[in-house]
Ligand binder design. Structure first.
Ligand SMILES: Cc1cc2nc3c(=O)[nH]c(=O)nc-3n(C[C@H](O)[C@H](O)[C@H](O)COP(=O)(O)O)c2cc1C
Length: 315
């Protein structure tokens, strides 16, 4: 049953959240949970050493790198670099509606350009053996045009890509900030379930508004998997095989994570982002406020031993 859960539920790509440190933290909670990295642009991958950050992880087999862009050549180069760093699944962002992304003509813009996406995928596939998947939305603006997504899936299928992650909400271009577009317009799960009925041979994962990892029986006949975003970040404990952990069990996991950071930062520059992910992890338990303050302090003074001492003393 645990393996089934690990196959069914995954963690959504989130800018500023699913970075290398969050992936590392998750390896102590459940190393089989599939996590999609925050979006990285092809040119950033090609021109910078952004992928070096993922060296903190011993194993990238459960990490999917999410790449954004619109040039087949650049996708191929970025995919090659990602593959050399150990990533073996690449997800293409065709769903981000943010102003900058749309101005750059990638993200959600690509839902309207399935042939270009197909070319990008074919270019990746000529370069690497990695699995490729696509994440997109059910539609654009307030249109209910079924054909847009169906035509997109039909075209991408010609490239041999089988796996789609569908955020069950239209993306709104131009008039709405990205955060608002995570609550409006309303989610339409039925649209994604219908897509699965039409494309039975595709692996289709639904995303948007899910907060539990205990509903396989309810959904297994309708869909191939569920991707969780905000709740996964707020409460990653739901991916632990026990689901409900007491504070001692949580602290033990956090302690292991901090110890590994201490080792890592002996050889690498301290990065305060590593601590943001654990700051709110004890929320709901007694002492959560002091914990947040302590983590905040170490955020500035970089003394991880202080946190380890605190754990020893109080827990
Ligand atoms: C802070 C934040 C950052 C996000 N960044 C990305 C991203 O980089 N790539 C992407 O495809 N989606 C991104 N998303 C959208 C999520 O992947 C997901 O589709 C959305 O949050 C809906 O799922 P949820 O209701 O489970 O949170 C982001 C969402 C949030 C809240």
């Amino acid at each position: 049953m645990n393996n089934e859960i690990d196959d069914f539920y995954s963690i959504a790509p989130m800018m500023g959240k699913t970075d290398s440190f969050f992936c590392h933290l998750m390896s102590f909670i459940n190393q089989n949970t599939k996590i999609y990295t925050e979006m990285m642009h092809v040119e950033t991958i090609i021109r910078t050493n952004i992928l070096e950050k993922y060296k903190i992880l011993k194993n990238l087999s459960n990490i999917v790198i999410q790449i954004a862009g619109n040039s087949p050549e650049s996708f191929a180069r970025a995919a090659k670099k990602a593959s050399m760093h150990g990533f073996n699944e690449i997800n293409i962002n065709c769903g981000c509606p943010s102003k900058n992304v749309i101005a750059g003509d990638f993200g959600l813009s690509l839902l309207k350009k399935p042939q270009l996406v197909r070319e990008c995928i074919e270019s990746i596939k000529n370069e690497v053996e990695s699995t490729v998947s696509v994440k997109t939305r059910i539609g654009i603006n307030y249109n209910n045009c079924e054909n847009l997504l169906d035509d997109f899936v039909n075209e991408i299928n010609l490239s041999g890509v089988n796996k789609f992650i569908i955020h069950a909400r239209n993306g709104i271009l131009n008039n709405m900030n990205t955060k608002k577009n995570l609550t409006i317009p309303p989610l339409k799960y039925e649209r994604v379930f219908d897509l699965k009925k039409k494309f039975t041979n595709n692996h289709i994962i639904i995303n948007g508004g899910f907060i539990k990892t205990e509903e396989i029986i309810k959904y297994i006949k309708k869909i191939d998997g569920i991707m969780i975003g905000r709740e996964a970040y707020r409460n990653p404990w739901i991916f632990h095989k026990k689901r409900l952990l007491n504070i001692k069990e949580k602290i033990k996991i956090i302690e292991k994570y901090i110890l590994s950071l201490k080792y890592y930062f002996n050889k690498n520059t301290f990065n305060k982002n590593s601590l943001i992910h654990i700051q709110k992890l004890l929320n709901g338990h007694t002492g959560a406020k002091s914990w947040r303050q302590k983590v905040g302090l170490v955020h500035h003074n970089k003394d991880l031993q202080l946190l380890l001492n605190y754990i020893k003393y109080y827990y």
